[in-house]
Ligand binder design. Structure first.
Ligand SMILES: NC(=O)c1ccc[n+]([C@@H]2O[C@H](COP(=O)([O-])OP(=O)(O)OC[C@H]3O[C@@H](n4cnc5c(N)ncnc54)[C@H](O)[C@@H]3O)[C@@H](O)[C@H]2O)c1
Length: 303
């Protein structure tokens, strides 16, 4: 098990993780974000209840968490359905009588710009990525308000902060909206003892990325190469564990004075422009010219 940080106040807390499974679980030792979050919570003694549309994916996560000594129950649910979400919340309440932590991890992208994206794709994307966060909060906030305590962490994306070079307009819009939903709801619920924050992952090496690399299709392997030949300042893609560490912190008392914030977990990616590599090359040539004493060719580039 990775050495997850230990937050003693999390022991025996009850967490509901929406979207606890992961896609492409077969033959993968890699952890998706929801699964890694459950693993990190489990390693901290949190009592986990999770749901996913794909029951076998949820059960796979539960078995991996249980193998490591964690406590994790799962059930099937479609997070875009208010009755399903209510059913899950009722099940957690029946079992534990409280919900201390809600993790809104569900989310998937679909390609397209506003001109090419079909209306039904837009609607499905907004339902899955944004309405689901509202539905889960709608069901859980009154419980946390009654408890006068609770931490909600929603998984956004750097696609909600910057354009990543890949048209996915509905996903980016929904993720940006989650960040704002979190900021304003956090202010409304601060006096009631409930904190809301976001994790904002960058490029994470998940089973989906791994599978592209193993694919027999050259097009898939090309996508894999493009993803992995990244320009991340910290020099690597993220791992789901990096996202899980941020969730642990935001769920714990260590972040008790933090609400309405978005914690970007991207190795520095969103803080650099796409010119990063070109500047490195420019600086190299500049130094080379200086060493040759060839100052006539030097151009100082004021950008
Ligand atoms: N992987 C990345 O690089 C990355 C980057 C930024 C943000 N994120 C975010 O992290 C979260 C998880 O992503 P992941 O890459 O681990 O994805 P994943 O595809 O491995 O997991 C998503 C899970 O959501 C479930 N799901 C999909 N539709 C559902 C529905 N209607 N009801 C219930 N469950 C449903 C899927 O079955 C799957 O188990 C998402 O919110 C995603 O936007 C991922």
């Amino acid at each position: 098990m990775p050495p997850f940080p230990n937050f003693p106040d999390l022991r025996q807390k009850v967490a509901l993780v929406m979207g606890i499974g992961q896609t492409r679980v077969q033959n993968s030792s890699i952890w998706g974000n929801g699964a890694a979050i459950a693993r990190a919570l489990g390693s901290n003694g949190v009592l986990i209840y999770g749901c996913d549309k794909n029951l076998s994916a949820a059960e796979f996560t539960a078995s991996r968490v249980q193998e490591e000594g964690g406590i994790c129950d799962v059930m099937t649910a479609d997070v875009t359905s208010s009755s399903d979400v209510q059913r899950v919340v009722d099940a957690v309440m029946e079992k534990y009588g409280r919900i201390d932590i809600l993790v809104n991890n569900m989310g998937m992208t679909a390609p397209g710009d506003p001109a090419t994206m079909k209306e039904e794709v837009w609607d499905a994307q907004i339902n899955l990525n944004l309405k689901s966060v509202y539905l889960a909060c709608h069901a859980v906030l009154p419980i946390m308000e009654k408890q006068r305590s609770g931490a909600i962490i929603s998984n956004a994306s750097i696609a909600g902060v910057s354009y990543l070079g890949k048209p996915q307009v509905a996903y980016s819009t929904a993720k940006a909206a989650i960040i704002h939903f979190t900021s304003v709801t956090a202010v409304m619920y601060a006096p009631k003892g409930v904190r809301l924050n976001c994790v904002v992952p960058g490029m994470i090496f998940t089973p989906l990325v791994e599978n592209l690399g193993k694919s027999e299709r050259e097009e898939d392997r090309e996508v894999f190469r493009k993803i992995t030949q990244h320009n991340v300042p910290l020099g690597r893609l993220g791992e789901a564990e990096d996202v899980a560490n941020a969730v642990l912190f935001l769920a714990s008392e260590a972040s008790k004075y933090i609400t309405g914030q978005s914690l970007i977990v991207d190795g520095g990616l969103t803080n650099q422009t796409g010119t990063g590599r070109w500047f490195v090359e420019y600086m190299r040539l500049d130094v080379e010219m200086e060493n040759r004493g060839d100052s006539s060719q030097r151009v100082t580039w004021h950008v």
